[in-house]
Design a protein around this ligand. Structure first.
Ligand SMILES: *Cc1c(COP(=O)(O)O)cnc(C)c1O
Length: 393
């Protein structure tokens, strides 16, 4: 059953209008480069089938996903002329699925390049692909030596319609990190070996490293969804996500009383405690035990005790009791408590908080411009979607 506002423990609200604003801001920041949207992991957990049509309306025509399956799902949510790039490339033997579903692989290894070339020869067609080169992350992409092997036969790439040469930055959110320039230089050297092929290097943070990093196509994900692109600077992005958890019970405890599993919190005076129905099974990580913060009516209240599977416990002694009736909502992510702050308290990054958001929440999609109750229907009605928009994938 789909969680409803009253039946679920929490409401997750996703502001599609803010995503529009963020896309516009990133596109402006990217200058002459085209601005893609990275939609992997169901748009960082926020719902690709809702978000992709919105970005398509804004003019986005380049989408990135991680897996073939994600690409197949996304194909139905974006216009037919939009490019969908699959970052992990074809799994062995799955090359033909890319043709069937109109997807463009990112080729990350010599075997992937060879398999794609073989398919081009079998079909006697030049098929589009991106080649990724490794510039220092040692994660995906061809090493410089493998580029040598690839280019040792001048004709080798002729039958591939090479759309972009790409690489990925390891430390772009730290603007003064030595690795940014090192990767840029390595990328420029490799790029010179693929004359006249467009290039793509920057993720969200990379866009803010300036023009030399932007090349022909930028690939933001996190900043679209409201995360801060530059460490230590004010966040220029509009907040996209808010999460409200429900109070299910309150109690007063005496000095010396404990709270939660393992008795990790002991009251040093009488306290008022509220139990909220969100826990680590909803992605509200145990690392927030005795560290997390919630906000009630603009006032911050601390997590006390361990985070349980389905609940957290808050010290609400500072809050007026009339605001604490069962059913009252508390902000777990909100205007005064952004995702990046939640992440710091959980000793992780905003990406992990977003992609961990559970499926037990009631989800609301808000789109200020059209202000419709069913944003999916609204978006599909007012944009040129190829086929029907899918409800979920
Ligand atoms: C995830 C990813 C991106 C997007 O990164 P953000 O930091 O979320 O903007 C871009 N490129 C590649 C290769 C990725 O894996």
């Amino acid at each position: 059953m789909k969680p409803t506002k009253t039946s679920s423990g929490a409401t997750l609200s996703i502001d599609l209008g803010a995503i529009r604003q963020n896309y516009r801001l990133l596109r402006r920041q990217a200058g002459k480069a085209a601005c893609a949207a990275v939609m992997k992991a169901d748009a960082y957990g926020l719902g690709a089938s809702h978000i992709a049509p919105i970005l398509a309306q804004e003019g986005c025509r380049h989408f990135f996903v991680a897996h073939l399956d994600e690409g197949i799902g996304l194909r139905r949510c974006v216009p037919a002329e939009a490019d969908i790039f699959v970052l992990h490339g074809p799994p062995p033997e799955a090359e033909r699925d890319f043709i069937e579903h109109g997807l463009i692989p990112v080729l990350n290894s010599l075997p992937q390049v060879r398999a794609w070339r073989t398919l081009c020869q079998q079909l006697d067609r030049r098929l589009p692909a991106v080649i990724q080169v490794d510039t220092g992350m040692s994660r995906m992409g061809l090493s410089p030596d493998e580029v040598d092997i690839l280019l040792s036969d001048a004709n080798y790439l002729h039958c591939i319609d090479l759309r972009y040469l790409m690489s990925h930055l390891a430390c772009a959110e730290s603007q003064s990190h030595f690795m940014n320039e090192a990767q840029l230089r390595r990328f420029q050297v490799l790029r010179a070996r693929f004359p006249s092929i467009p290039a793509s290097l920057a993720n969200s943070s990379g866009i803010f490293l300036g023009r030399p990093y932007q090349f022909d196509l930028v690939r933001p994900g996190a900043a679209l969804y409201g995360l801060a692109p530059v460490a230590g600077e004010p966040n220029p992005m509009h907040p996209v996500v808010s999460l409200q958890g429900r109070i299910i019970q309150t109690r007063t405890i005496k000095i010396g009383d404990y709270v939660g599993y393992g008795l990790t919190y002991r009251a040093d005076s009488a306290r008022h405690i509220a139990t909220v129905s969100v826990g680590y099974a909803d992605g509200w990580m145990r690392a927030m035990s005795n560290r997390g913060i919630a906000v009630i009516g603009g006032v911050s209240v601390p997590f006390v005790g361990s985070v349980s599977m389905d609940t957290i416990t808050l010290d609400v002694t500072a809050i007026d009791r009339t605001k604490l009736v069962p059913g009252a909502m508390v902000d777990l992510i909100g205007p005064n408590h952004p995702v990046d702050t939640v992440a710091a308290l959980a000793r992780t990054i905003g990406y992990e908080i977003l992609t961990s958001l559970g499926n037990r929440f009631h989800r609301e999609y808000v789109d200020a411009p059209c202000n419709c109750d069913d944003p999916l229907a609204g978006a599909a009605a007012s944009s040129s979607i190829a086929g029907e928009a899918v409800a979920h994938w």
